[in-house]
Design a protein around this ligand. Structure first.
Ligand code: ZN
Length: 157
């Protein structure tokens, strides 16, 4: 496993619509493992392939709850309900935090590292993380959804 370099904004790849994954091979497994290491090292709860320079529909999420490590390949949001407003950041925007409105519940369909399709239901913070990462795969950045940015003092407090 290896740590990958995280692409920071501005970069064209962060605003690119990513390609569907069709090959579930050893390179994909290695990429997922490396992305996971990179995310943990950066203290993140999610990371999308374009953030490591790869324009493919691959993302990982781990918010430290019972779901553990979630690997999302070609994910689609099937259902979204409710509303939550809360703080959000992004490894591609170091030090930037803003309040973002998201659905409170999502049902996601994705494929795992072997190409098997699964569905996942999530609420609260996990639902937020899933929406943030899936947005990345469509070139959508959280800054386009921020209601207001936090001041440095608010973050330190
Ligand atoms: Zn992000």
């Amino acid at each position: 496993m290896a740590k990958l370099e995280i692409v920071t904004y501005p970069a064209e790849i962060l605003e690119t619509v990513c390609e569907i994954v069709t090959e579930f091979d050893r390179r994909l497994v290695k990429l997922l493992n490396d992305m996971y290491d990179t995310m943990l090292d950066a203290d993140g709860v999610g990371l999308a392939a374009p953030q490591v320079g790869i324009a493919k529909q691959i993302a990982i999420v781990d918010v430290g709850d019972e779901h553990g490590r979630i690997e999302l390949i070609n994910p689609v949001i099937l259902e979204a309900r409710g509303e939550q407003i809360g703080p959000e950041g992004c490894l591609s925007f170091p030090g930037l935090f803003g309040e973002v409105k998201r659905a409170d519940y999502v049902k996601v369909r994705a494929q795992d590292r072997r190409g098997r399709t699964y569905t996942l239901e999530a609420t609260g913070f996990l639902a937020r993380a899933l929406q943030h990462e899936i947005d990345h795969l469509h070139g959508v950045l959280f800054t386009s959804k921020v209601i207001r940015y936090y001041e440095r003092e608010e973050l330190e407090g």
